[in-house]
Design a protein around this ligand. Structure first.
Ligand code: ATP
Ligand code: MG
Length: 391
């Protein structure tokens, strides 16, 4: 296989890849570390801490927790404590206690055979084993909201948070449990007793902003792409699309947009990944500008849109300024023998309200919902068709 001119290592763009550095999640990691690393000093006397992590999809909950798990295990090792982090995903590892605990035992203590054991016995044997071996665990239960929704009657939270009560007053080897969910809605399905033992330790994962998404993607670009193949404007556009509705900050979509834009650039023989590649990929997954939208515009609107399309195409960037757009608009009007509309700004405002045009500031007006090439063709045809009628 010949060497790619675009990619260095596509794997780095996978949403499953967890980089060492997680920009904008240091706070959450240090909070988790401060909660659990104090325990290391006197782990035999530690009582368990339950923490909940809450945030929308693609806010880095899973990867941050896994990274924390690695860090706390490293710290423990330095202190001579046998502490492991075990990651359980309820969607993958089971939505009944029987299957889930079976998998927990397999991950934490593969020597124990869980055959013919009840869920309670599995946990009991696990705890005995850990005590005997002086091993301590922090267990993360990811997608716990899913488990509880699927199976509210199993009262898993009751079970998991009362493990220490098997031997009242004695510390337990399971020193931490972290529960990850997308929101707090699953609490409605808990009994008061469950809610109470779960406690109020909640760490929030806010949605990533456009600037934060850009930082995260920029880090990935370095490892994934050949030097200088991804234009700055490309990253700006992907970050803005990802931060705004309907994506609302889901970083996974940002990574995918970056990946598929790169693939498209490569397959079309481009030496760089450009905003137009992003527009094409995005308009295929999410065609926000329809032919109907464009047809419903009056002549002034179509001319203004055509001006914007041409301006973006000529500059190759994600955005152009309002000033520049105004100039291009009068050129297009000349071409079509039309007097420019008096209230140019209202014209653009209307395009924004219709969701056809994106505007961040007077300096940044762009299009993300369709490719420029398609739009230009469509607009040219439309304007030509109307020519005899409007003349
Ligand atoms: N701060 C970050 N820095 C670098 N990469 C990140 C960051 N946050 C997320 N990612 C990347 O995005 C991927 C998806 O994030 P993650 O799986 O942690 O989201 P999540 O909040 O668990 O979403 P869901 O609720 O859908 O499970 C990660 O595997 C990682 O590749
Ligand atoms: Mg997750």
């Amino acid at each position: 296989m010949s060497r790619s001119l675009i990619f260095k290592d596509k794997n780095r763009l996978s949403p499953y890849y967890i980089p060492k550095r997680l920009p904008h999640r240091d706070q959450q990691i240090s909070l988790l570390l401060s909660i659990y690393s104090d325990m290391l000093k006197n782990i035999w006397k530690a009582y368990p801490r339950f923490i909940q992590i809450v945030g929308a999809t693609g806010t880095g909950k899973t990867c941050t927790t896994i990274r924390f798990g690695e860090l706390i295990a490293e710290r423990a090792k330095r202190e001579g404590v046998k502490l492991q982090h075990v990651y359980m995903n309820c969607k993958v590892d089971g939505v009944t206690r029987y299957v889930l605990y079976g998998n927990l035992v397999r991950k934490a203590a593969s020597k124990i055979s869980t055959r013919s054991l009840s869920p309670e016995e599995m946990i009991r044997q696990l705890v005995e084993y850990l005590r005997f071996e002086d091993i301590f665990l922090i267990v993360t239960f990811d997608e716990i909201d899913y488990f509880v929704q699927m199976n509210p009657r199993e009262h898993i939270i009751y079970d998991l948070t009362r493990i220490p009560e098997a031997r009242p007053g004695e510390p337990t080897p399971i020193v931490g449990e972290i529960f990850i969910a997308r929101s707090l809605k699953w609490h409605e399905l808990l009994e008061p007793g469950e809610k109470s033992t779960l406690g109020i330790g909640i760490i929030e994962f806010p949605r990533y902003t456009s600037g934060q998404i850009r930082d995260i993607l920029e880090d990935r670009v370095d490892g994934a792409f050949q030097p200088r193949t991804v234009a700055d404007d490309t990253l700006d556009l992907i970050s803005d699309i990802t931060a705004n509705p309907p994506i609302n900050g889901d970083i996974r979509v940002g990574l995918e947009l970056l990946y598929y834009s790169g693939v498209l650039a490569e397959n079309t023989g481009s030496s760089r990944v450009l905003p137009e590649h992003v527009r094409r990929v995005y308009s295929e997954i999410n065609p926000t500008i329809t032919a109907e939208d464009v047809m419903s515009l009056d002549r002034d609107g179509r001319l203004a849109l055509l001006a914007l399309v041409r301006g973006l195409k000529a500059s190759g960037s994600a955005y152009i300024s309002l000033r520049e757009l105004r100039k291009l608009y009068s050129v297009v009007c000349d071409e079509y023998n039309t007097k420019p509309a008096e209230d140019f700004e209202r014209l653009i405002q209307d395009l924004i309200y219709r969701g056809i045009v994106d505007m961040k500031s007077l300096m940044e007006i762009g299009i993300s919902g369709a490719t420029l090439i398609d739009l230009e063709k469509f607009l040219n045809n439309l304007l030509k068709q109307l020519e005899p009628l409007s003349g």
